[in-house]
Design a protein around this ligand. Sequence first.
Ligand code: FAD
Length: 417
Amino acid sequence: MQDEHAVYDIAVIGGGPAGMMAAGRAAELGRSVVLLEKNRQLGVKLLITGKGRCNLTRAEPDHQQLAEGFGKKGRFLLPALRAFGVQEVLEFFAARGVKTKVERGKRVFPASDKAREVREALAAYLRQAGVEVRLNTRVTRLLADGQLITGIDTNRGRVVAGCYILCSGGCSYPGTGSTGEGFSWLRDLGHNVKPLQPALVPVKVEEEWVKEAQGLNLKNVRISVYQQGQRKDQRFGEALITHFGLSGPIVLDLSKKIGELLPQGEVKLHVDVKPSLSFDRLDERVQRDFGKYRNKAFKNSLTDLLPRTLIAPVIRLTGIDPDKQVNSVTREERYRLVSLLKGLEFTVSGLMGFEQAIITRGGVDLKEIDPRTMRSRLFPNLFLAGEILDLDGPTGGYNLQLCWSTGYLAGQSAGEH
Ligand SMILES: Cc1cc2nc3c(=O)[nH]c(=O)nc-3n(C[C@H](O)[C@H](O)[C@H](O)COP(=O)(O)OP(=O)(O)OC[C@H]3O[C@@H](n4cnc5c(N)ncnc54)[C@H](O)[C@@H]3O)c2cc1C
C-alpha cells in the first residue's frame, strides 16, 4: 500500500507515450512528479506500434504540413509542434541512444526496428529526471472542488498534487490498457467529449476467399473506394489480406472515407494489383508469361505474376478452367484476367471495432483546452495530452508525434505552473 496522502507537484495519469513525455519534462524542470499507470509496465501499446517497429514520427520538418495531416483541427497542434516538433523528437531520442532511419512515405523508425528501444529511452528519461513511477496503480476517479482538481483516487489510495496531467489515451486496443476511462472522468467534471469512434480500422469484406490468402502483404497496390460506380477515394501503398478482409496502412487510412460512405449504401473496393502497368502493358506481360508456360495448365502459369496464395482465388474469379492448357486460353479470357488484376473487387461488409482500431476518433473538445499550454479551460490545474484529445491523424507517425508534442507541452506548462 502506498502512502495514502502523498503530495506531489504534479501527478500524471497514464504511462503511454504522452504521459511518459509529460512526466519526464515536468520533472526535468525540478518538480516532484508521480506517474500512475495501471499496467505492470509502461508503454504497453507503444511496444506494438508499427508492428513492433514503432513508426515514432515522420520526417516532416514543416509544422504546418504536419498539422494539416490532422485535417482542419490540426491547427490546434501548432504551438505544441513549435515547442517540441519532429526535429526535437529526433534529437531527444538520438541523445538517448536511439538511432533512427527514414523509410518510404517519410516514416521514421528506430534503426534497430525495435519499439522496445523507444520505450526504454523514455523509461531512462523518467529515471534520470527523478519521476516516481507507480505501476499497477489504477486511477478510479478525479476529485474536484469548484474549479480545482484536488486529488486522484486509485486502487492504492489517494494521490494529491498541485497539478494533474491526464494522458490515459483513447479506447482502441483496450487490451493494452487504453479503456477510455479518462473520458468518463472528464464528462463527470463537465468537459465536453466529442463522440468516440474507432479510427484507422481494418475493413471487413463479404468475399470469403480472403481466408485463403490471409496474411498476404500486398506491396505497391492501389485501392480505390467506389460507391454507385463513382470513385470516392484511393490510395497507393501497402495492404494486408486478413481472415475477415483487408488491413494494412492504405486500408486503415481509407477506413475513414469508407465509414462515411457506408451509411449511404454499398461500398466496393477495387484493388489494382499492378498499378504501375496500364491495362495494355499488363496484357503484354501476361502474354509473355503465357508464352513461357504455353504447354502448362492455366493454373500453373501465374507463378511469375502473382503471390502464391492469390493464384487460386484469382483463377476461380476469372472463371477460366484451371486445367485448360495456357495456349488455348482465349483473348477474351485473358482480358478477363487482366481486368481482374487491375481491379480485384471486394464488397465492404463493415468496419472492425475498437478492438482492432489503431486510434480513437473524437475525445476532449479542443475548444476546452488552451493549445499554448494544453491546460483545461475549465480546471486551471488540469492538463491533457495524447490520444485523449479530439485529434486523429493518418498512419505514418502522425499520432505518436501528436503524443510527444502535446505531452512535452503539457509537462512544460504544468512544470511552470
Ligand atoms: C496496433 C497499433 C499500432 C500503432 N502504430 C503506430 C505507429 O507506428 N505510429 C504512430 O504514430 N502511432 C501508432 N499507433 C497509435 C499510437 O499507439 C497511439 O496514438 C498512442 O499510443 C497514444 O498514446 P497515449 O499516451 O495518448 O495513450 P496510450 O498509449 O493509450 O497510453 C495510455 C496509458 O494510460 C493508462 N491508463 C488508462 N486508464 C488508466 C487508469 N484508469 N489508471 C491508470 N492508468 C491508466 C493505460 O494503461 C496506458 O498505458 C498505433 C496504435 C496501435 C493500436
